[in-house]
Design a protein around this ligand. Structure first.
Ligand code: GAR
Length: 211
């Protein structure tokens, strides 16, 4: 089974979805790493007997050293696929080079809208609301050297109602995320995902596999 490393910064509902739908089925979460000691994602991992680590940026000289430490810990657990599940820190080029097209991120909007620097978590939904967009959604993409700019693996849209607040938009988008992210992680674990430049292909299941 492919070994997965999940990075979290907060509540970890996306981590929970991966635990429920992928862990010990199509892949194995070898470690959950948080950049905050009180990230609730750590509790979710512990509840499922998954090893956890806390790596705090403040304990390192700079962002580069912090990212090198993350790579070192992931490699120590034999991680082959990295999943950013609500991870709010920058991934440096040397981290990307250690896991080329092997880092998957979930973004709570339809890239290339409402993404890039400053667009994370609730800020994204507030921007979608303020702009008056009629749809939003979730994007799962590979991580490259630029924020939210790597090849798109999968997207799903959701219609917004006129009276949806940023909180309601977040709720609608999270529901989609919890389906989309585990599905992508599963496809990666099963070796069904290939990348050709910016284009990502997911192999269709044969009829026999679908049965
Ligand atoms: C999710 O909506 C995720 O898409 C977003 O943070 C939330 C984390 O929720 N990620 C980003 O904004 C990354 N740029 P969770 O901790 O409950 O999974």
């Amino acid at each position: 089974m492919k070994k997965i490393g999940v990075l979290v910064s907060g509540g970890g509902t996306n981590l929970q979805a991966i635990i429920d739908k992928v862990h010990k089925k199509s892949g194995e979460i070898a470690v959950v790493i948080a950049n905050k000691a009180d990230a609730y994602g750590l509790v979710r991992a512990e509840n499922s007997s998954i090893p956890t680590e806390v790596v705090l940026e403040e304990n390192f000289a700079d962002c580069e050293a912090f990212n090198a430490a993350l790579v070192e810990r992931l490699q120590a657990y034999g991680v082959e696929l990295v999943v950013l599940a609500g991870y709010m820190k920058i991934i440096t080029p040397s981290f990307v080079a250690a896991y080329p097209n092997k880092i998957v991120n979930i973004h709570p909007a339809l890239i290339p809208s409402f993404c890039g620097e400053g667009f994370y978590g609730m800020h994204v939904h507030e921007a979608v609301y303020a702009y008056g967009a009629k749809v939003s959604g979730a994007t799962v993409h590979f991580v490259n050297e630029e924020a939210d700019a790597g090849p798109i693996i999968a997207q799903r849209a959701v219609a917004l109602a006129d009276d949806d607040t940023p909180e309601l938009i977040q709720k609608k988008v999270l529901q989609i995320e919890h389906v989309l992210l585990p599905w992508v992680v599963e496809q990666c674990c099963l070796g069904r995902v290939s990348v050709d430049g910016r284009r990502v292909y997911i192999e269709e299941k044969s009829e026999e596999e679908n049965r």
